[in-house]
Write a protein that binds this ligand. Structure first.
Ligand code: B1M
Length: 224
């Protein structure tokens, strides 16, 4: 601890996230902000790379689920500190988004980060959490008259739920009324096209740009 420079702090934040040392990650996140580092720097230069390395070690068999879990928890704690700073926004709402991680999938750090960025951009976000069944998405889209519904999937085995969700929307007559966005670590533009999603984004910042673009296109189309 007691980093003397921003570089040293980012290195320590990376190391302690990697090893899942939650309390130290919280201290370093606060110390980084006090040092004048912006939240994006802490996220993209320490926290996210650390979780990428956790995934790589898991793949190599050097880390197991418990290590992945404590690293994820450490990252989630830091995200709670960064949330209000990333989501600083004006009062106006530009659209309503229903978001959730698909059925069978418990990963939520990436989804939560996307939600924070959506809120920061002025969207009203209804977060359905993880393991969300198709009918729950349908009910929420109907109840909140959502402009966009976002599905996150982080496992190749849960990505097919995108199609199941889209089918459920079609069956309930809502598919044409709502923009469908998909994302998550293994998802690609090609896969999004195959399942018939309207939009895909690789990360939280790109998700905001894409959501605004799709909404704008739909609103212009509706008035043409
Ligand atoms: Co798991 N896990 N995990 N895991 N886990 C991955 C995803 C994995 C890639 C690790 C690896 O092998 N390299 C791998 C999936 C492999 C695959 O399917 N191709 C994997 C596995 C295999 C598993 C289990 C099956 C392990 C097991 O039990 N044997 C199991 C599955 C449980 C289940 O869901 N049923 C499992 C469990 C877990 C934990 C619970 C221990 C924990 C999750 C904690 C939590 O989320 N609360 C965990 C973790 C932490 C990971 C890694 C290490 C980190 C994920 C993360 O938070 N990344 C992950 C490795 C990796 O991703 N490299 C891994 C940081 C986050 C900011 O990035 O999630 O990509 P990301 O989110 C991005 C984008 O995807 C995008 O924006 C986000 C922010 O920039 N995005 C969207 C996300 N949603 C979007 C929606 C959009 C648009 C963009 O529009 C709607």
């Amino acid at each position: 601890m007691n980093p003397r420079s921003a570089e040293e702090l980012l290195g320590q934040l990376y190391d302690n996230t990697l090893t899942g040392n939650g309390p130290v990650v919280l201290d370093l996140t606060n110390a980084g902000l006090a040092m004048g580092l912006d939240p994006e720097t802490l996220l993209y230069q320490a926290l996210i790379p650390a979780l990428e390395e956790v995934g790589a070690r898991f793949e190599r068999g050097d880390f197991f689920v418990p290590e992945m879990l404590i690293a994820g928890k450490a990252m989630a704690g830091a995200l709670e500190i960064l949330r209000p700073l990333l989501a600083e926004t004006g009062a106006t709402t530009i659209g309503t988004i229903v978001m959730g991680t698909v059925k069978g999938d418990v990963h939520d750090i990436g989804k939560n980060l996307v939600n924070i960025m959506f809120e920061g951009a002025g969207f009203h976000v209804i977060d359905l959490g993880v393991q969300v069944a198709p009918e729950k998405f349908v009910d929420a889209v109907r109840e909140h008259q959502a402009d966009i519904v976002g599905f996150s999937a982080f496992l190749t085995t849960t990505m097919p739920m995108f199609k199941a969700n889209i089918n459920a929307l079609a069956k309930s007559g809502l598919r044409d009324q709502v923009i469908v966005m998909v994302g998550g670590a293994p998802v690609t533009q090609e896969y999004a096209d195959v399942v018939g999603a309207d939009g895909y984004a690789a990360d939280a910042s790109a998700a905001v740009v894409k959501a605004k673009e799709l909404l704008q296109r739909r609103r212009v189309g509706a008035h043409a």
